[in-house]
Write a protein that binds this ligand. Structure first.
Ligand code: ADP
Ligand code: MG
Length: 717
């Protein structure tokens, strides 16, 4: 038991990943070895069924966790939680406590495991928690394993995933509503599978796998750019001569330094039990992607937060900065986080797997119809779940899904929907094997759905891929919304079917009733399905005709959280009370304004202290040249014109910067008005300064330009 712990990869290169997978989590084998059998069983039950922890075992579990953590060299523990900042928070406590007689002992009780009380006053609460009552509690979510997080100097902290609530029990975090939404969708999914005769399943869980896109830039260059340091994206920067036009980066060979970085990230994620599976170059230069194997969605959300942390911290060790921002560079692709969602029963059936024969698979069709209905009715909520000032730069641009929420189904399912509405029962349009045109290659059965990168919400064979999610975002909120809206549709369908079917319906009755309900749902809601090019102007016009909502910016999307429809939905499924929902609305509005304001101020500072001085220096040099040339009796009308042009551009930039300065300094009290002010005045003013600065960058001598340009950040590796 007291064997000193050494990291496998530090010692032997031959160690297999599976040997250290999860070695820094208190789960599986570790738990089995260290807990008495009855306690182990009890905890396993808690984890598998999303139950709350049995207090009577807390001390035993805490003591085993403490021993394990100390053996691994941990000195501190923390309740790790996800406040409404969208980040993670930790408050560290030492295991070591003074005994009062000059000594110290290592203490960690069941109470310390189960509950914490961080000083919560500076986390956003959207008015839920009055500052005079700043107490908030963190409570262990025993469904997510405890883990050891390494710091940059190798020290380790025991992290206990927790929910964060106010003293009145209201959610102050992302996890609490997520857990509630998981319960809601599980409950109603179970009703659906029961209707189809499944008596064995005792739980249906939401599953989630998130593909994470990110950029790597040289850290030294990063530190020379105030915009990257403060805002995570370049606010200015002229296009390099070569961007992604040649499309030579996508899936290309991974540069060596980057590969070393990825390998270390994978090792770090593996030891945390995070099952990363794929890595590759993305479309834009300097852009990469990492994807895990899917997991139960609560754990997947925690793992996603940790993944972002690891990507960032390992990058620094390798001389990179990892940019998770949705749009770090203009003119090339931004980054998203494809949120792959499905549901599985504890008997191993994926509810979104059409399996072999799609058409008779009524249960699958019912689940599909429920999702179509949910996305159509609550497109506004889905849209607002991914609405951030960052993501505004990506959505609707010609590389990311549009802000209009629609579903891509693919040819086969589309034809099935046609048949449902037409009333004709035919064999499903099974797609043929894909002939790869070379005899040596195996015949790969073509995926039932083909790829469509332009859809925000695409069916990809056995799951839905919500692609509009932003790369830096916590996926907790989009999944909370997704689970809740789907729970409501499952509930609607289960209720309708239960009423119409009665007890023990015959198979024939079952088929007739299901078919007619499907027909009704498909007819009403299929307007949200669209398989064409989501980037095209035709789609925008068509979507308008179909009456689908289009909220181009966060400011337009946010009011969806303040509607009666939203209040009713979240309250009905026990996910968020009216006050909790309103708190989120306020916080999202505040955050939008803060981000836009900070960007505005950063850009003013860069313009005034870096760009304008560079412009003036260039102007001075050119003026000297013109004067001395003319003095020597040589006419130089071109240089004179260039000087006039340069001076004009510098002056224009000065007035644009000054306009941006006043826009960001304007004191707008009411938050709704401030949101609109940001959208209508500050954002365009930022755009104007950028346009003028980028024009200047193209004519100012390179040795005078005061910061790294796009080419050096993106193309040199
Ligand atoms: P692709 O998007 O290229 O089809 P994959 O099929 O490997 O790639 O899936 C991409 C992501 O979707 C991965 O993170 C994977 O774990 C996840 N995924 C696959 N099946 C499911 C599922 N049933 N539920 C949730 N996520 C899933
Ligand atoms: Mg994908």
């Amino acid at each position: 038991m007291n064997r000193p712990f050494t990291m496998p990869m530090d010692t032997q290169t031959s160690t297999r990943a599976s040997d250290y997978f999860g070695s820094l989590t208190f789960s599986g084998d570790v738990m089995l070895k260290r807990l008495p059998p009855e306690v182990f069983m009890n905890l396993q039950r808690t984890m598998q069924r999303n139950l709350s922890l049995d207090r009577s075992i807390a001390n035993t579990v805490a003591s085993a966790i403490k021993e394990w953590a100390l053996e691994h060299g941990a000195t501190h523990y923390c309740h790790w939680f996800q406040p409404l900042t969208g980040l993670t928070a930790e408050k560290h406590d030492a295991f070591l406590s003074p005994t009062g007689d000059g000594g110290a002992i290592e203490k960690f009780s069941g109470d310390a495991l189960i509950q914490g009380e961080p000083d919560a006053s500076s986390f956003p609460s959207g008015g839920i928690r009055d500052t005079y009552e700043a107490r908030g509690y963190t409570a262990w979510d025993a469904t997510s394993p405890v883990f050891l997080l390494r710091g940059s100097d190798g020290n380790k902290t025991l992290c206990i995933p927790t929910a964060f609530v106010s003293w009145t029990g209201e959610a102050l975090d992302q996890k609490t509503p997520l857990l509630r939404s998981i319960d809601a969708v599980s409950k109603h999914a179970l009703r659906i599978v029961r209707l189809f005769g499944d008596t064995k399943t005792s739980n249906a869980i939401a599953t989630l796998g998130c593909e994470q896109e990110y950029f790597l830039v040289d850290r030294e260059l990063f530190l020379q750019r105030l915009d990257l340091v403060v805002c995570g994206r370049t606010l200015i920067g002229a296009q390099p001569p070569k961007g992604q036009q040649l499309e030579d980066h996508y899936f290309g060979a991974i540069p060596e330094a980057v590969l070393a970085y990825m390998t270390e990230c994978e090792e770090r994620l593996f030891e945390l039990g995070i099952p990363v599976k794929t890595r590759h170059n993305e479309v834009a230069p300097g852009q990469y992607e990492l994807a895990p194997t899917f997991e139960n969605s609560n754990v997947a959300v925690d793992h996603q937060m940790t993944t972002m942390h690891v990507l960032r911290s390992v990058a620094r060790k390798h001389g990179f900065e990892c940019l998770l921002h949705e749009k770090p560079f203009a003119g090339i692709n931004g980054s998203g986080k494809h949120n792959n969602w499905s549901m599985s029963t504890d008997t191993g059936v994926n509810l979104l797997d059409p399996r072999d024969d799609t058409h008779p698979n009524m249960q699958f069709m019912v689940c599909l119809a429920a999702i179509i209905r949910a996305v159509d009715i609550h497109a506004d909520l889905l849209r607002v779940s991914i609405a951030t000032a960052h993501n505004d730069h990506r959505l609707g641009a010609n590389e990311a899904p549009p802000a209009i929420m629609s579903i891509y189904l693919g040819e086969m399912l589309t034809s099935i929907l046609d048949q449902i509405v037409g009333g004709e029962s035919k064999k499903s349009a099974k797609t043929a094997d894909l002939d790869l045109g070379a005899r040596t290659l195996p015949q790969i059965p073509r995926h039932s759905s083909d790829r469509n990168r332009t859809s925000p919400f695409a069916f990809t064979g056995n799951k839905f891929e919500f692609r509009a999610v932003g790369s830096s975002q916590s996926v907790a909120w989009p999944n909370t919304v997704l689970n809740t809206i789907i729970a409501e549709s499952f509930d609607f369908i289960a209720t309708a079917l239960e009423t119409k079917l009665g007890k023990n319906p015959s198979p024939a009755k079952m088929e007739t009733v299901v078919r007619s309900l499907l027909k009704e749902i498909v007819k009403t809601h299929r307007r949200v399905c669209f398989d064409g090019n989501g980037y095209s102007a035709e789609w925008h016009a068509e979507a308008l005709k179909r009456g689908l909502p289009n909220f181009p910016s966060t400011a337009d999307a946010l009011p969806a959280l303040a509607t009666k429809k939203a209040e009713k939905l979240f309250a009905q499924y026990g996910v968020l009370s009216q006050r909790e929902l309103h708190a989120r609305y306020e916080i999202q509005m505040e955050q939008y304004c803060k981000i836009v304001q900070i960007e505005g101020r950063t850009l003013v500072q860069m313009a005034v202290t870096q760009i304008l001085p560079a412009g003036l220096r260039a102007q001075g040099e050119l003026a000297d040249v013109v004067a001395s040339t003319q003095h020597a009796g040589v006419p130089c009308p071109e240089s004179e014109a260039a000087l006039r042009d340069l001076a004009g551009q510098v002056a224009a930039l000065r007035s644009a910067a000054s306009a941006l300065d006043s826009a960001t300094s304007k004191d707008v009290q009411a938050i709704e008005k401030r949101v609109r002010h940001c959208r209508d005045v500050v954002v365009p003013a930022i755009g104007k300064v950028r346009e003028l600065s980028d024009a200047l960058e193209r004519i100012v001598p390179a040795d005078i330009w005061p910061m790294p340009d796009y080419a050096s950040m993106l193309l040199i590796r």
